[in-house]
Design a protein around this ligand. Structure first.
Ligand SMILES: CC(C)=CCC/C(C)=C(\C)COP(=O)(O)OP(=O)(O)O
Ligand SMILES: [Mg+2]
Length: 356
């Protein structure tokens, strides 16, 4: 691994904040080509999880299920929600805090974003009414960016948002994040969520057209419809601030987007069978490759894995180069993204959401 294990470059001491020695961090952060956990998933180039603390994951999950119940998402499906174990994902992906409340703050946002996918996108894919998705996503974005409606419309607007569980969850999650996030961090989250929704909406457009996207279009879409809204919280959860000017730098943005795209192409590979495999109603990289190139499902999965691996290696190289500048906050942020990728892979490999 080029980014963090060289002996002649500084090893980031920041990504975990766990007091682990630099040598240990170097060892922990070394990426492995993961042994496949199931026959459907090929080896992927990805870091391992930096920590695994099941008790912490369970505690976060317990609190998150309670919150989901309170806001009304996954009503009648809370068992399934609990089993998906987003608490474990948060624990795995954010090794630089062991504060369950901080993890929960990110978890509320994550759960609300998953709910958008599970309710609105799922409906658009399966009920034959994809045209409903755009208005639902627009109102979801409005929910996390509450202005003040003109007096004659304010009450109705607020009631409608409150009574739709997914909109309500989104609003609450972003509001409650404000306890830990600065204004610029909340603003950054809102912008990444807007990108997520734009990506989700494009899928509905392809469904209405009845033609799958070209591979290049799909990749551009997945760069937006990715786990970036979760990954963008690494500094908030870690209790520090990557300044907006640094977050927005073209070289930092490029590295961030490579990691984000890799995170979700990994999802494509792990979730393909849940999404109906080669004949699925969902778009994922293997199915789009098959449609464009006429390759077999096996070949499409292998090629998807190669594309994923290229992105992880590119991120690794970019992070190594950015780290050389010696900015400790940026180094910590890049290490946190790297750790997020490792936690994400471990969760995908083990969560019942993808393994039943
Ligand atoms: C946590 C988050 C940003 C969720 C919103 C979108 C989402 C669920 C993904 C980007 C994951 O990909 P996909 O839509 O394929 O989801 P599943 O495979 O159904 O989990
Ligand atoms: Mg998927």
């Amino acid at each position: 691994m080029a980014a963090f294990d060289t002996t002649d470059r500084p090893v980031p001491t920041g990504p975990t904040g766990l007091g682990t020695s630099a040598a240990r961090i170097t060892d922990l952060l070394r990426p492995r080509t993961a042994a496949p956990r199931g026959s459907r998933v090929p080896e992927l180039y990805c870091p391992p999880p930096l920590r695994d603390d099941p008790a912490l994951g369970e505690e976060v999950n317990r609190r998150l299920v309670r919150w989901a119940e309170e806001v009304g998402i996954y009503e009648g499906q809370l068992d399934k929600f609990q089993q998906a174990d987003y608490g474990r994902l948060l624990m795995l992906a954010h090794p630089d805090t062991d504060d369950p409340d901080r993890l929960l703050a990110a978890g509320r946002c994550m759960a609300a974003e998953f709910a958008v996918d599970d309710y609105f996108c799922e409906d658009a894919a399966t009920t034959g009414r994809p045209q409903r998705l755009g208005p639902q996503l627009m109102l979801a974005q409005a929910a996390i960016d509450p202005g003040r409606m003109p007096s004659g419309y304010h009450e109705r607007y607020e009631r409608e948002i409150r009574e739709q569980p997914v909109w309500h969850a989104l609003r609450r999650s972003v509001l409650e994040l404000g306890r830990y996030a600065t204004g610029s961090q909340v603003n950054r989250l809102r912008q990444e969520i807007a990108g997520l929704f734009l990506g989700m909406d494009a899928e509905a457009g392809w469904r209405i057209e009845g033609t799958p996207p070209a591979v290049w279009e799909y990749l551009a879409n997945r760069q937006m419809n990715s786990f970036l809204p979760c990954m963008t919280l690494v500094d908030t959860v870690g209790g520090y601030l990557l300044p907006a000017d640094v977050y927005g730098r073209p070289d930092v943005r490029r590295a961030t987007l490579q990691a984000a795209l890799a995170s979700v192409l990994l999802n494509d590979i792990y979730s393909m069978h849940k999404e109906g495999g080669a004949q699925g109603v969902e778009y994922n990289l293997p199915t789009v490759l098959m449609a464009e190139d006429g390759c077999s499902p096996d070949e499409a999965i292998q090629r998807s894995a190669a594309i994923h691996d290229e992105l992880v290696r590119s991120f690794e190289a970019a992070a190594a180069s950015l780290t050389l500048a010696g900015d400790p906050v940026l180094t910590r942020y890049l290490g946190a993204l790297w750790a997020w990728l490792g936690g994400n892979r471990e969760w995908h490999a083990t969560s019942p959401r993808y393994n039943q």
